[in-house]
Design a protein around this ligand. Structure first.
Ligand SMILES: *Cc1c(COP(=O)(O)O)cnc(C)c1O
Length: 475
């Protein structure tokens, strides 16, 4: 299996070659040169598999440069009850992505039972094990540099902690995350994890990461890498739970299901698109946004108009607060029939700060064939949905999942099970839960008192040089 760039101007590469990188050299995103096709016999065979075995089957479709026995060891280690030890009270600890039925044909697929209580663990934990494996084989090291306002940074740290040949330097805005989020990251004592709190806002931290990464000499000398949401292996790992959710919500492979996905950077729902391209019987893919409705606007109008960073709303589902969707290019690549010249033309406009409009084109005519629908949600909707699900089912859902439930309900089709992806546990967003319900979510007992643990964090000014100095000193 070879991987190609959406922009068509980079050589094809193997899985291990693109695993550690980010963008392709031509600025595009990597995708497999064709999607593996899953026929009826294979789908039938996969129906009863436990998560780790299903993951192996899917990884083998995309990876041909890691021996199957090694891949099996990686999948077994990643999707085990050692990693996924937190489950909802009453959940089956043996099942890492349980399906909860709210109403007939309306389900939640729990994806946030990993160590940081958000769905990003599902892919990031696999990435951690794969990085370690490939770096060991090649005798190389990597220093991961990132900026976070919460979920991504903690998922990356918990995936990479204790791994050979990997160090993580994670910048966060000082004092801007919740006490719980700070404790989750800063209490890690692993010697390969470096928490750096920047006196400033998230954007200042992000600008430092960009400046360091744009310094080609420094980047090469210190082997600076990233684990952001455009990483192909993260998207690939997410394909697995669409299959798992499909099997859990149906009794026969003749049925179709809908998925509703709380979306920001289009990474999660992109995996759903790929699962469907592989032959999984998905009816609608429902994209849910919060007040940052760039993607809802596209699927309703055919116009993609990324916002300026200053136009981004700060919302109570903060992991979906995006101004442009970094993985969206992967879908548009398929939508334009993998015409790389067309893709480059569209993204020349996006990269220059503009927009593109597909109305009146053959691509707009092709869009309904992909069966995406969308909707958005507001703070008031979020509170109402959290209350409604609590009153009817005594289940606390988090703010992002609430956006999914709200929009998912608007797009149900008779006789077609709808599966809303649960992307985080309520306890991560206690403040809004308290506003909605007047009570706090229950914490998994492993996390009680986490705020009192000793913390390991270095505070710096919003200065590129100070961050570089920390990297230099520790590498
Ligand atoms: C990252 C995240 C999202 C958005 O996922 P994308 O892949 O960026 O679309 C939604 N909910 C939560 C809780 C997240 O952490």
């Amino acid at each position: 299996m070879k991987y190609i760039s959406t922009r068509g101007q980079s050589p094809a590469a193997s899985f291990c070659d693109i695993l550690l990188g980010g963008l392709a050299p031509d600025g595009g995103l990597y995708l497999p040169e064709s999607y593996p096709q899953i026929g009826a016999a294979e789908l039938a065979e996969w129906r009863e598999l436990p998560y780790h075995a299903l993951a192996l089957k899917i990884l083998l479709k995309f990876i041909d440069d890691i021996p199957a026995c090694d891949l099996k060891a990686i999948a077994d280690r990643t999707y085990s009850s050692n990693v996924y030890r937190f489950c909802r009270p009453g959940g089956d600890a043996g099942e890492i992505t349980p399906l909860t039925t709210l109403e007939p044909d309306f389900h939640l697929l729990e994806l946030s039972n990993g160590p940081t209580l958000a769905f990003k663990d599902m892919a990031m934990q696999l990435l951690g094990n794969m990085f370690e494996y490939v770096l060991d084989k090649r005798g190389e090291t990597i220093n991961i540099l990132g900026a976070t306002s919460g979920d991504t940074g903690s998922a990356a740290e918990y995936a990479m902690r204790g791994k050979h040949n990997v160090k993580v330097f994670m910048l966060s805005p000082e004092g801007k995350m919740s006490a719980f989020q700070r404790a989750q990251m800063y209490s890690l004592q692993d010697p390969n994890i470096f928490n750096i709190a920047v006196r400033g806002m998230f954007d200042d931290a992000q600008d430092i990461v960009k400046a360091v990464s744009n310094d080609a000499d420094f980047k090469a000398k210190y082997r600076i890498g990233a684990v952001n949401s455009i990483n192909w292996a993260r998207v690939m790992a997410q394909v697995v739970y669409y299959f798992k959710g499909y099997f859990a919500a149906t009794s026969s492979n003749d049925q179709e299901v809908g998925f509703c996905v709380p979306s920001g950077n289009f990474g999660n729902i992109c995996a759903g698109h790929i699962a469907r391209m592989m032959g999984l019987p998905i009816a609608r893919l429902v994209l849910a946004t919060n007040e940052n409705d760039v993607l809802d606007e596209f699927f309703k109008s055919g116009i993609y108009r990324p916002r300026a960073a200053a136009e981004t709303h700060v919302t109570s589902s903060p992991s979906m607060d995006i101004s442009k969707a970094s993985n969206f290019e992967r879908f548009v690549f398929d939508l334009v029939g993998r015409d790389t010249a067309k893709l480059r033309e569209l993204w020349a406009q996006v990269d220059a700060g503009g927009a593109f409009d597909l109305r009146g084109t053959e691509y707009f005519a092709a869009l309904p064939g992909y069966r995406f629908v969308s909707g958005s949600s507001s703070h008031a909707d979020r509170l109402a949905t959290i209350r409604d699900v609590w009153n009817r089912h005594q289940i606390m859902i988090d703010t992002h999942t609430a956006d999914g439930v709200k929009v998912g309900r608007e797009h149900r089709e008779a006789g077609v099970p709808m599966i809303v992806l649960e992307t985080a546990q309520a306890v991560k967003f206690s403040e809004t839960l308290r506003e909605a319900l007047g009570r706090d979510p229950v914490r998994p007992k492993e996390l009680e008192g986490i705020e009192n643990l000793p913390q390991r964090v270095e505070v710096v000014d919003a200065s590129v040089d100070q961050v570089k100095a920390i990297i230099t000193r520790n590498c």
